[in-house]
Design a protein around this ligand. Structure first.
Ligand SMILES: Nc1nc2c(ncn2[C@@H]2O[C@H](COP(=O)(O)OP(=O)(O)OP(=O)(O)O)[C@@H](O)[C@H]2O)c(=O)[nH]1
Ligand SMILES: [Mg+2]
Length: 471
């Protein structure tokens, strides 16, 4: 069994040594008696106290006073885990935290494994699996948008939606049973239409949740923006300007950036993941070639491509650079912003010439905008950011309150969709309901695996082992 519901578990709930105070958590039936053996309270004790209160006490290491602490007491079921539990607030010394844990373990507790507190909350029905995963997302949320997705999932909005889907699938199963019951009689089934309509409706719901993954993934991991173009265009200079720090090496040597560099930045409340890439060119250098391969891979995964050109270079170089970018760009799935860099170096007439080159080489419809900037002086960067936020807002707005942001959930939805699609085809082929039921069962299983209606040790192990100890 991956999650052990037995025993009293303890772990630090905060990172020791980085603040004024730390918290040590303890949970499980009988844990308050353990606390009483470890903390000398000024008045009363933990095990006979009500939940929802805080008590002052002292912890001794042998005869020596280790620390003065505050103990928050929670009573089953009104706690995070659903069990009796306590949070001991002490001073944020690594030594104090380790000593308190050691003494707790000497007195009947054991160290918790990764995610074990949240695992218990799941086992005790305080959270379903999707909500438990939202706890991890909430902790790692870095901006308003990803926070909103995690909070909605934690509050159960997402789980309700999945429950609605499950109910629909159960309804389909019930209708199929009905067919089965009447199959002996020669009843012409109006219900077959009803069944098909219900399957279609459910498929549509699953598919719209699946579509929201693009937005959800962008919110969680940052909207991927690749900075691509010929060598020396100023790609790394732009990355540094966007980050406000010297992250990437900049030099006049063509082919400076070999490996791709990725950094997250919050702009206008949205998380962006900028990817600086190796300049695209024919190269005989093995390492540079590998870098260019990576570049092309990253380019294909980006939502937005910033195609960068050095506007001070020759017309032929600009034309070649542009074609290099376009040949690796997918207009159906990506947005393209052309950046004419080094505006500080050229005379304004040249901008017109370059614009003409672009218009003659590229179908206008695939370009979101053409901006003249100077990554070096900062000219035009504000406008670029405004542009990015506008495109990014389009990418993350789904019109749906519920957004799938977790790859495991997306895969389960996709499997459920495939199984239900087979049911749909079976209905059309007039297969008998008993032949359809296996696919329907699978479809239900996959939806149920998201919230933990059905789960295996493998699924639980995968989820909770990714948590830190103490969560
Ligand atoms: N005048 C001017 N020079 C710039 C500008 N942006 C970049 N540069 C210069 O152009 C040269 C190349 O800049 P990088 O940022 O290294 O270019 P890159 O596209 O990352 O080049 P690779 O990594 O080699 O592909 C450096 O000398 C920069 O200082 C700009 O806006 N104006
Ligand atoms: Mg570079």
């Amino acid at each position: 069994m991956f999650l052990d519901p037995e025993g009293i578990i303890a772990a630090p709930a905060t990172v020791p040594g980085t603040g004024a105070i730390s918290i040590v958590r303890i949970s499980g039936a009988g844990c308050l008696e353990v606390v009483d053996r470890v903390v000398r309270f000024a008045a009363g004790n933990a095990s006979s106290s009500k939940g929802g209160i805080i008590k002052f006490g002292r912890v001794f290491s042998g005869e020596d006073l280790l620390d003065e602490v505050m103990v928050a007491i929670f009573r089953n079921p009104h706690s995070y885990t659903g069990e009796d539990s306590a949070e001991i607030t002490c001073h944020a010394s690594k030594y104090i935290v380790e000593e308190i844990l050691r003494i707790l373990c000497e007195n009947g507790a054991r160290m918790a494994g990764p995610g074990e507190f949240t695992g218990r909350a799941f086992l005790n029905g305080k959270l379903d699996l999707a909500q438990a995963e939202a706890v991890a997302d909430l902790i790692s949320s870095s901006g308003k948008a990803s926070h909103k997705v995690a909070m909605n999932q934690l509050r159960g909005g997402y789980s309700n939606k999945l429950e609605g889907l499950r109910e629909k699938l159960v309804e389909i199963a019930a209708l199929m049973e009905l067919e089965l019951d009447f199959s002996e009689e020669d009843v012409e089934f109006a219900d077959r239409y009803q069944l098909k309509a219900l399957v279609d409706d459910t498929l549509e719901h699953i598919s719209s949740l699946m579509e929201s993954f693009k937005a959800g993934n962008a919110l969680k991991n940052g909207i991927p923006v690749a900075i691509a173009g010929p060598v020396n265009a100023g790609k790394s200079t732009l990355l540094n300007a966007l980050l406000g720090e010297d992250r990437a090496i900049v030099s006049p040597v063509a082919g400076t950036t070999r490996d791709t560099i990725e950094e997250m930045v919050n702009l206008g409340g949205l998380p962006f993941r900028f990817i600086d890439t190796a300049g695209i060119r024919e190269s005989s250098d093995t390492i540079e070639k590998m870098g260019i391969e990576r570049t092309l891979h990253k380019l294909s995964g980006a939502e937005i491509v910033l195609g960068m050109l050095d506007s001070s270079s020759s017309e032929e170089e600009i034309r070649n650079g542009l074609n290099g970018i376009i040949s690796h760009f997918n207009p159906n799935a990506q947005k393209l912003v052309i950046l004419l860099n080094k505006a500080d170096k050229i005379d304004p007439n040249k901008k017109v010439t370059i614009n003409n080159i672009i218009v003659s080489e590229v179908d206008n419809k695939i370009i979101s905008s053409i901006l003249s900037i100077s990554a070096k002086t900062g000219e035009g960067i504000d406008f670029l950011i405004k542009n990015l936020v506008e495109i990014g807002t389009g990418i993350v707005s789904t019109g749906e309150e519920t957004v799938v942001s977790n790859l495991r959930h997306y895969n389960s939805l996709a499997s459920s969709y495939d199984s239900l699609k087979r049911v749909r085809r079976g209905i059309e082929a007039r297969l008998s309901p008993d032949l359809l039921s296996e696919d329907l069962r699978q479809s239900l299983w996959h939806i149920g695996s998201i919230t933990g209606h059905v789960s295996t040790d493998e699924i639980l192990g995968n989820i909770f082992s990714k948590f830190c100890i103490g969560k």
